[in-house]
Design a protein. Structure first.
Length: 216
């Protein structure tokens, strides 16, 4: 098979400890892992970087409140240290996380963890950036006490400057996969203001319904 595989060329890649995924991901959450990866992608040889929370939020299609919560959680779990220069200027240091032998093992046929095919019994939908994400959630998804749905709804409301209407977005979080909703949110955040007819909130709701029903 002819494949153009990625190369670890200078300046083209960044790295994170495997322990961040294998040991912490299930505890700290989706947003926190994403933001940790963003910090890692910007870190210099001294493992420090200093993007503003606004810059991080704009590039990841989330709210500053989401970034702020994630930074605090990463710091609590001793994945980073935050040095506060002033109110708007923080420096982030990525800390060393020693891996154990199990966490450094490579993927192989015996531990791949999933069979071929759509084992989650979900529909798929193609978004504008050509990435395929899960759309409809099935009945086997496990979100204890709806906490995750509420967090997703809160993030959407923050990103759309609609904090007072979090309940509006909870049905979306109940019905659709988080990755799908965040893809839509990112697209809405990237849309220039002059292309928005009503509001970003209206655009978000339109795109969710459009993509969800496009191939139904």
């Amino acid at each position: 098979m002819d494949m153009n595989l990625r190369k670890l060329g200078a300046g083209d890649w960044y790295w994170i400890n495997k322990a961040v995924i294998q040991r912490y991901a299930g505890t700290i959450g989706f947003s926190e892992v994403t933001i940790y990866n963003f910090l890692a992608s910007m870190a210099d040889d001294n493992q420090k970087c200093f993007p503003s929370q606004k810059y991080i939020a704009e590039h990841l299609g989330c709210s500053r409140a989401t970034v702020n919560r994630a930074i605090k959680k990463l710091e609590r779990h001793k994945l980073i240290i935050v040095e506060k220069k002033n109110y708007n200027h923080h420096v982030y240091y990525l800390l060393d996380i020693p891996c154990n032998n199990k966490e450094t093992s490579m993927s192989h046929e015996r531990n791949r963890g999933a069979q071929k095919g759509d084992t989650n019994n979900t529909n798929k939908q193609e978004i504008n950036n050509n990435s395929v994400v899960s759309v409809q959630k099935d009945n086997t998804d496990d979100f204890p006490n709806n906490a995750r749905e509420e967090l997703v709804a809160s993030d959407i409301a923050d990103a759309l400057d609609d904090r007072g209407n979090i309940k509006t977005y909870i049905p979306f979080a109940n019905q659709y996969h988080e990755s799908f909703l965040r893809e839509i949110l990112s697209e809405v955040k990237r849309t220039p203001q002059y292309k928005i007819r009503k509001s970003r909130k209206a655009l978000f709701m339109y795109l969710v319904n459009y993509y969800a029903h496009k191939n139904s």
